[in-house]
Every structure is written in structure tokens, then in C-alpha cells.
Design a binder for this molecule. Structure first.
Ligand SMILES: NC(=O)c1ccc[n+]([C@@H]2O[C@H](COP(=O)([O-])OP(=O)(O)OC[C@H]3O[C@@H](n4cnc5c(N)ncnc54)[C@H](OP(=O)(O)O)[C@@H]3O)[C@@H](O)[C@H]2O)c1
Length: 337
């Protein structure tokens, strides 16, 4: 009988020890993931967060509202925005103001409608956080309403257009900030100006001739985010509007809903458990860039783990200017060039 009991104890102890060991390893690993220590009261300040209904955007909105800010949740699906607000209110009944608004970055008309409502209701904006983003397999050939490749259209052009339309309100809010949520994956980006819409890559993907693990549409759009940040920071120098970009780190969110399947999480569990942050942990650097008083006046920088990050990408001034000009032309033409 004692033998049976001790066998049962051993069987129970093995999974418990594995869980405890993984928990301890994860805790050890997460020591390097920085936290935003700023607790500045943001009462009276207005923040816009795109894609605030889920993942890093939702956690960013929570952190801002905890500091008493007014947060406009700019969401593609406003019903999801209202659900997010209900969730935040449950956690923080006494936080700042929360406003759900419709914004589909895959439609210039939606962006224009959003901006005209903002302009009718607000005199100034203190911080715009360009957080929304998508990762969609290239073989699906998804386009925005104006026909732009989806990563180019949503992750870069939509935010490019939105930010430019809001510049007068941001200048009125000075000292104010634009935070662009990019990724260190921008280092894998490579821009071909003769084919920014990736027609060749999409055809190759449809024929199964590309590496499914690397999505050039996504990494290129994250590189465009950094180029946009640099150009805008230069253009706004001296206006009191700081423009910075950041990487939240590899986080468990719904971003990879079309590329990572449930069984990948099982197969890759040890890697994910050690390297994947929660959305809340990912939001720390975004909140840092948006609120940290000590970086006020610093512009044109890239942050990761609440500290400046030196990108390994060989940035090229000509490429930067070219991207701004082409983006501007595409917005004006309202179609791919
Ligand atoms: N997760 C990571 O590991 C990671 C790493 C580096 C950088 N990032 C960046 O972090 C940002 C946030 O991503 P996340 O990880 O939090 O993913 P997420 O949970 O999927 O959140 C993305 C948000 O963007 C919104 N969105 C998508 N298309 C939109 C459109 N056309 N118009 C307006 N909003 C749209 C989504 O709305 P719906 O809910 O309606 O789809 C969602 O609210 C992205 O810019 C991403 O590139 C993430």
C-alpha cells in the first residue's frame, strides 16, 4: 500500500516540479524586461491609442487611465472598443476618461472621418500612439480599401496619413508626443521602391515559393515605421512635438492569429514561455515613451526595454526622404503608384 502511495506522490510531483521550474525560469528571464517607473499624473492630458481594444494597445490604455489620462480608443471595431472600456472600468472604476471611437486604418475615408470628429471635439492632443498593426500571410493577398498591400496600408500609410492630419492638434498640445510602435524586426526589412506593394513577393507566396516564417510585408512596414519616425522627428524639431519609435518585445497577443496556430504554442512551449512577454509587459516601453518625463525633448529615437536601442539597420538618408515623398504621393493619389 505504501508503495502505491509513494508512486502516486512521485507522479504528482513530476508535473508540479516542471511547472515550478518553468515559472522560476520565466521569472529569471523576465528580470531583463524593463518596467516604466513613471507615475506622473496625466489628468487633463488627451491620448489617442490606435488599436486599443486588444493586446499592447489595451494594456497601454489601462496604464494611461490608471494615471488619470483621457484616452481615446481608436478601434477598427467600435463594439470591441466598448468591451475593452468595460474591462478597464471593472479594473479601475476611478481611472481617467475613456472614449471609444471608430478608426479603420485600412480606409482613408475612415481616417478622415475620425480626424474630423476629433477636430470638432478637441482643441489639442497631448500624445498620439500609433499602435495598431496586422500580420497577415502574403499568400492571402489582402488589400486596404484603396488597394494598398495590407501591411504597407495599415501599419505604415494609414498611420502616416492619420499623423499628418493631426499635426496641428499635436502642435497645440506641445510639449506633446507621437509614439510609433514598431519592432526590432524592422532590421529584417528591405525596401524595393519599384514594388512597395510587394506584387512579386505576393505572387511567389501564392506559388508557395517563399519562407512562410518570414513575412516581408510585416518587416518592411516596421522599417517604414522607423523611417517615418525619423523624418517626422526632423520635420517637427523645435515645435515641442517629440517623435519616437519603440519595440514592445515578442509578446503573447492576437497579432499572430493568422500565422501561429495553437499547436505551434505546444510545440514551441519552452521557447514561448521563456521569450514571450505578456501584453502588459510589452506595453511598458510604449507607456515609457508616452509618459516618461526624463525623455521630454528627446526626439528621433528608438526605444526597447525602456531604454534607447541602437538599431543594426543601415539607415539611408536618401531612402528615408524617398519613403516620405512616395508615401505622400500615394496618399494624395489614393491608390498604389
Ligand atoms: N506582439 C508582438 O510580439 C509584437 C512585437 C513587436 C511589435 N508589435 C507591434 O505592437 C503593435 C500592437 O500589436 P499587438 O501585438 O498588441 O497585436 P493585437 O493584439 O493583434 O492588436 C492589434 C490591434 O490593431 C488593430 N487593428 C488591426 N487592423 C486595424 C485597422 N485596419 N484599423 C484599426 N485598427 C486595426 C486590431 O484591431 P482588431 O482587434 O479589430 O483586429 C488590434 O486592436 C503592432 O503595431 C505590432 O506590430 C507587436
Amino acid at each position: 500500500m505504501w508503495e502505491m502511495v509513494s508512486t502516486k506522490v512521485i507522479y504528482a510531483a513530476i508535473p508540479i516540479s516542471v511547472v515550478v521550474a518553468i515559472g522560476l525560469l520565466r521569472k529569471w528571464r523576465s528580470r531583463g524586461w524593463a518596467k516604466c517607473l513613471s507615475t506622473t499624473c496625466l489628468r487633463g492630458k488627451t491620448f489617442i491609442v490606435t488599436g486599443a481594444n486588444s493586446g499592447i494597445g489595451l494594456e497601454t490604455a489601462k496604464a494611461l487611465v490608471r494615471r488619470k489620462a483621457r484616452v481615446i480608443l481608436a478601434c477598427r471595431n467600435v463594439a470591441k472598443g466598448k468591451e475593452a472600456i468595460a474591462e478597464i472600468r471593472k479594473e479601475q472604476p476611478n481611472g481617467g476618461e475613456l472614449i471609444p471611437m471608430q478608426l479603420d486604418l485600412a480606409s482613408f475615408t475612415s481616417i478622415e472621418n475620425f480626424v474630423s470628429i476629433i477636430k470638432a471635439g478637441f482643441y489639442k492632443i497631448d500624445c498620439l500612439i500609433n499602435n495598431a498593426g496586422v500580420v497577415i500571410p502574403l499568400k492571402d493577398d489582402v488589400k486596404t480599401q484603396e488597394g494598398f498591400e495590407i501591411h504597407l496600408g495599415v501599419n505604415h500609410l494609414g498611420h502616416f496619413y492619420l499623423t499628418n492630419l493631426l499635426l496641428d492638434l499635436l502642435k497645440r498640445g506641445s510639449p506633446s508626443r507621437v509614439v510609433i510602435v514598431s519592432s526590432t524586426l524592422h532590421e529584417k526589412g528591405k525596401l524595393d521602391f519599384s514594388d512597395l506593394n510587394l506584387r512579386k513577393e505576393i505572387e511567389k507566396a501564392k506559388e508557395g515559393k517563399t519562407d512562410a516564417r518570414h513575412n516581408p510585408g510585416y518587416s518592411n512596414s516596421k522599417l517604414m515605421n522607423v523611417y517615418f519616425m525619423k523624418s517626422l522627428a526632423d520635420k517637427l524639431r523645435g515645435t515641442g512635438v517629440d517623435v519616437n519609435a519603440c519595440c514592445p518585445g515578442f509578446c503573447y497577443t492576437s497579432l499572430f492569429r493568422y500565422s501561429i496556430r495553437w499547436y505551434h504554442y505546444i510545440l514551441m512551449a519552452p521557447v514561448f514561455l521563456l521569450f514571450m512577454r505578456s501584453a502588459q509587459q510589452g506595453s511598458e516601453t510604449v507607456v515609457f515613451c508616452a509618459t516618461e518625463y526624463n525623455i521630454e525633448g528627446q526626439t528621433g529615437k528608438f526605444y526597447r526595454d525602456c531604454a534607447e536601442y541602437q538599431s543594426k539597420y543601415p539607415f539611408d538618408n536618401d531612402e528615408e526622404i524617398k519613403l516620405w515623398n512616395v508615401s505622400d504621393e500615394m496618399v494624395k493619389a489614393r491608390k498604389p503608384l
